[in-house]
Write a protein that binds this ligand. Structure first.
Ligand SMILES: *Cc1c(COP(=O)(O)O)cnc(C)c1O
Length: 385
């Protein structure tokens, strides 16, 4: 069994469970993204919601990326982490007045607006401050992302974005307003997309929508294609970096950009998932009738993806070289869904062993909760241990 490399001696001084971030891998990922985005003329905004650990945010802002935020607190965190305000975009169906005011006060690049009532409120609040708010319209392109039903967002039945039929009216409404400036179109169709032909379909839809804007004589300065690129949860050791080359190439090849148009994207998971592992210690090994359980000190409160989406995470016993046996790896929380995985092949495991739950850098630490009055897990960079 090929395992990731972990500084296990150093782990012994840290209270488990905790998140461990491999900075070398994060930097390699950011380098590749930087290279590809330059080559294909993309501006990359990191989707802060995937992981807002301050130290991780600092590394990503240091690499020169912008930020994609979905709450006022994320806008604040992005600014504190050093992301330039003019590279911050703000999406979300339910932005409150307080959040909109915060974004206006910080002069972020744009609001990715999702409804008419939201546009009315941004207009009014910007007016009170004597400001002009840049808005991109989030369009629901009705493209199926072929991903898990709870993380697909671009279909007509989802709550996100404007319907295409309403666009002529909305564009006129923005043009009439003194405090709104239309700066582009925004799309985000789902997450953990591994079938890249989905992005070709998105390009075809965007090309059609652009033709409509040409007909209406409305200039579109920015096209933002959102995030969603998937990673390989099965093979984090063999495929540690997402296929950014193919991803960027698809848009270069299939998207018909107009003169002077700028292209933006918002990767979250694909930047941070593989660099993170949840490190947990085995509290007990319990023999059942037909099974054995590795009961670990991490639970669904630390990493909820398996319980919430049936998500697979590779699990490795990083402190044992014994021959493998099968275990159900479960947490201590009083919920039957508190199972990380069943029939996992682990090197023979005993109390006190360390397990690494891999590919947990995205939607891991940030989704932790205090249910059962548990302590929130901390995150450590490989460089600080
Ligand atoms: C969640 C989200 C992203 C990032 O999605 P990933 O699948 O993590 O890449 C990007 N843009 C918007 C608007 C989002 O809501």
């Amino acid at each position: 069994m090929i395992k990731g490399k972990f500084p296990i001696e150093k782990f012994k001084n840290i209270e488990t469970p905790f998140y461990y971030y491999d900075v070398d891998l994060l930097n390699k990922t950011l380098e590749l993204v930087g290279k590809c985005s330059k080559e294909h003329g993309f501006e990359v905004h990191y989707a802060v919601k995937a992981n807002a650990n301050k130290k991780v945010l600092g590394i990503i802002s240091g690499a020169g990326l912008g930020a994609d935020c979905v709450s006022g607190n994320e806008v604040q965190a992005a600014i504190e982490a050093g992301f330039p305000a003019n590279k911050i975009v703000f999406a979300g169906v339910g932005k409150t007045d307080k959040e909109i005011n915060l974004a206006l006060d910080n002069d972020i690049f744009c609001f990715n607006a999702e409804s008419i009532p939201e546009l009315e409120v941004i207009d009014e609040l910007a007016g009170k401050k004597g400001k002009i708010a840049n808005v991109e319209l989030r369009i629901n392109p009705n493209v199926d992302a072929h991903t898990h039903q709870k993380i697909t967002t671009g279909l007509n039945e989802n709550k996100f974005g404007f319907n295409i039929e309403d666009l002529p009216f909305i564009v006129k409404m923005i043009q009439r307003s003194k405090n709104l400036k239309f700066v582009g179109l925004h799309f985000h169709i789902g997450s953990q997309i591994t079938d890249l032909t989905v992005y070709e379909s998105l390009c075809v839809r965007i090309n059609e929508i652009q033709d409509d804007f040409d007909k209406w004589g409305v200039k579109v300065e920015n096209i933002n294609i959102g995030g969603g690129l998937g990673i390989n949860y099965e093979h984090p050791n063999h495929i540690p970096i997402a296929d950014f080359e193919s991803y960027f190439r698809i848009f270069s090849k299939h998207l018909k950009l107009r003169e002077g148009q700028r292209l933006h994207c918002e990767p979250g998971r694909s930047l941070v998932a593989q660099c993170g592992s949840l490190i947990t210690k085995v509290t007990y090994v319990k023999k059942g009738v037909n099974k054995q359980f590795a009961i670990v000190d991490a639970g669904m409160t630390d990493l909820i993806r398996p319980a919430l989406y049936d998500a697979y995470h590779r699990i490795e016993n990083i402190s044992s070289d014994n021959p493998v046996e099968k275990y159900d790896v479960v947490g201590p929380i009083c919920e039957s869904s508190d199972v990380f995985d069943k029939d996992v092949e682990l090197n023979r495991t005993q109390r006190g062993d360390y397990l690494a739950i891999r590919s947990a850098g995205a939607y891991g630490e940030i989704m932790a909760s205090g249910y059962n009055l548990r302590k929130l897990p901390l995150g450590y960079l490989s460089t600080e241990l």
